[in-house]
Design a protein around this ligand. Structure first.
Ligand code: ITT
Length: 206
């Protein structure tokens, strides 16, 4: 079964392939390279659905999309859905991390907690209906959370985004110091997939 993956983030593609490849070998994941929709939702779920619907409409294929980010408790959940552009559009992962570290500079360790959040949407176009009608046979979302704390200095070379500044609960290592296989076994993205798996199997009859 072919499924289009609606993300322009290569790191997400790599993690999707590793997480799903082992669990669903029958899934042929192709990357979406069409126009990017405006992500103007107010939640991870809304943004994940916006991205998945755009890809499903454009390709006519079942589509998966991931909206994710780091939510810090003392910042009221920020950067949250704004994680990719926390320091400004196109500034990049390092600038986003540095800004977050600056914002938390005076915060004691016990108040630096938060979670990585990942919401994955699955959208399947309605068979035989005009794509423009925007009708979908399936619109589902599932989420995963990975709790931890923001450390004071970036550490580690693996992963992407906020991995070097996020230390999962119960670990002495940051997410970027974990081997990719270790991260992919327990991450917010892995958990979101775990939660989506029954729907995915049933919907795509794998
Ligand atoms: P697409 O919308 O094309 O999928 P994006 O990177 O813009 O790509 P998001 O809007 O979902 O995706 O933003 C997610 C951001 O949250 C991402 O750029 C990272 O900064 C951060 N993030 C998400 N998952 C992460 C992870 O596993 N490790 C580290 N940072 C992560």
């Amino acid at each position: 079964m072919r499924v289009v993956l609606a993300t322009h983030n290569q790191h997400k593609v790599d993690e999707f392939q590793k997480i799903l490849g082992a669990r669903m070998p029958g899934l042929d994941i192709v990357r979406y390279d069409g126009p990017e929709p405006v992500e103007d939702g107010t939640t991870f779920a809304e943004n994940a659905l916006i991205k998945a619907k755009a890809a499903a409409l454009h390709t006519g294929l079942p589509a998966l999309a991931d909206d994710s980010g780091l939510s810090v408790d003392i910042l009221g959940g920020a950067p949250g859905i704004f994680s990719a552009r926390w320091a400004g559009h196109g500034k990049g992962d390092r600038a986003n991390r540095d800004l977050l570290l600056d914002q938390l500079a005076d915060i004691h360790d016990e108040h630096r907690e938060g979670a990585f959040v990942c919401t994955i949407a699955l959208v399947v176009p309605e068979r035989g209906k005009a794509a423009e009608a925007g009708e979908f046979a399936v619109e589902e979302v599932a989420s995963g959370f990975w709790r931890g704390m923001v450390v004071r200095e970036a550490r580690g070379e693996h992963g992407f985004g906020y991995d070097p500044v996020f230390q999962p609960a119960g670990s002495a290592l940051t997410a970027a110091e974990l081997a990719p296989a270790e991260k992919n076994a327990v991450s917010h993205r892995a958990l979101a997939f775990e939660n989506l798996l029954p729907i995915l199997s049933r919907t795509l009859a794998l």
